[in-house]
Design a protein around this ligand. Structure first.
Ligand code: AKG
Ligand code: FE2
Length: 404
């Protein structure tokens, strides 16, 4: 077996880079007196152009273009959700077919193991761990596809640069910090005792540039034909069906950035729940960096798969989230890491891969405003790490404004 990309985890202790601290955040917030720029004027022209694009795309039967235009319109005009929803839903139902015809699915877990074992027999994949199952699939993407995906990321990322990110914390040392009290626009729970909160727009703006955050740029079905093609390849080679997929994520880490230990699954979401993360696919788009390994500490695996290859792993054991799947992205010591990621759910759930319909006005997010979330999933973290998302992590269901 070729294990050239695996080296034992204990070989060298990764040096720890200085981490974000609550005091640094408090100093940035307290020391900043820059006024917020005035809100962008309601862009009626942009909205009218989007509505025009949406209507003509639906008339032409281009569901992908219609859905994208309706979604952008909702980002600008969240209050018009009720008028925009019916035609949007019609477009989405073409992109994400639901219902009897698509419901005759195989046992998804079985098809995953059957396909991956077949890949191993055919010499296309290597079983890196048996329990939990972790496979390395070689030559999953061509070099041309890698380059194309990297430019997709650059292109889509450009849309999210108009405003600073809203910055959210879920760690007692931040939510309970004395100097940060009064600087929160959303807080769920008791500050300093397991709460999660988002800073005000002013405070977010002051800290968004000092928070080292890796990035997750969401891409949805229909947004690029290349990923639509690749999802069929995953069905064929990996046995994970498109109708079980979460959104695509294009991850990026710059020097110094990492993502702390976590499992992709959680027992708060049972295997049969629609939004569970039964299996994970990570395809590597760069390799010119030091550090940045995908490490599974409980398996003694520290992996740096070659460009174009994919790691796929199964997150459950006997129906429960397996803690042995805990993994992290080690700090980047030099260079730049990009990964294409997708989670797969056990039951069919086509809309999981869809762009979420409008952020609620109560979220307090500006149009096309990203969020930075530090320490989102409480229990498993060993240290703080932050991630930038273009998909709102704040929703009125989970967050309540104090006084709202
Ligand atoms: O980038 C990696 O190596 C791992 C990313 C990851 O585990 C995640 O985003 O859930
Ligand atoms: Fe993960």
């Amino acid at each position: 077996e070729d294990t050239s990309c695996a080296e034992p985890a204990h070989a060298a202790e990764t040096p720890r880079l200085p981490e974000l601290s609550p005091d640094t955040v408090a100093r940035a917030v307290v020391g900043s007196h820059a006024p917020l720029p005035p809100p962008l004027p309601a862009d009626d022209q942009q909205a009218a152009a989007l509505l025009q694009a949406a209507t003509s795309a639906s008339a032409a039967g281009d569901a992908n273009a219609a859905a994208a235009a309706y979604m952008d319109l909702m980002e600008l005009r969240p209050l018009e959700l009720e008028q925009l929803y019916p035609p949007l839903l019609e477009a989405l139902q073409q992109i994400y077919p639901m219902g009897a015809a698509s419901r005759t699915l195989h046992n998804h877990t079985e098809s995953f193991f059957a396909q991956m074992e077949e890949r191993v027999r055919a010499g296309q994949a290597e079983r890196v761990s048996r329990q939990p199952a972790v496979y390395l699939l070689r030559d999953f993407l061509s070099m041309e596809e890698v380059a194309a995906l990297r430019s997709v990321r650059t292109r889509l990322r450009a849309r999210w640069t108009q405003t600073h990110a809203l910055v959210c914390f879920q760690h007692d040392s931040y939510t309970g910090h004395a100097q940060l009290s009064g600087k929160w626009s959303h807080m769920l729970g008791v500050p300093g005792a397991g709460a999660r909160g988002c800073l005000t727009q002013e405070a977010s703006r002051a800290v968004s540039s000092i928070v080292p955050a890796s990035e997750s740029l969401s891409v949805y079905r229909g947004e690029t034909s290349l990923l639509d093609e690749i999802e069929l390849r995953v069905e064929r080679l990996v046995g994970l069906h498109a109708l079980h997929a979460h959104r695509w994520q294009l991850l990026r880490y710059r020097t110094g950035e990492h993502y702390a230990e976590h499992a992709d699954c959680t027992d708060r979401v049972p295997l049969h729940a629609s939004e569970n993360r039964m299996a994970t696919l990570l395809a590597y788009l760069t390799d010119d960096f030091e550090g940045g390994e995908t490490e599974f500490p409980r398996l003694g695996l520290k992996l740096k798969p070659p460009i174009g290859s994919a790691l796929v792993f199964y997150n459950y054991k006997e129906g429960s989230c397996s803690p042995d799947t805990i993994h992290r992205s080690n700090p980047i010591l030099r260079g730049h890491k990009e990964v294409l990621q997708r989670w797969y759910a056990y039951p069919e759930q086509p809309f999981l891969a869809a762009r979420p319909i409008s952020r609620h006005p109560k979220d307090g997010l500006l149009p096309f405003q990203p969020t930075i979330v530090c320490d989102w999933t409480a229990s498993l973290w060993t240290n703080v790490s932050c991630r930038w998302y273009n998909q709102g992590a704040v929703t009125s269901e989970v967050m309540t404004s104090p006084g709202a």
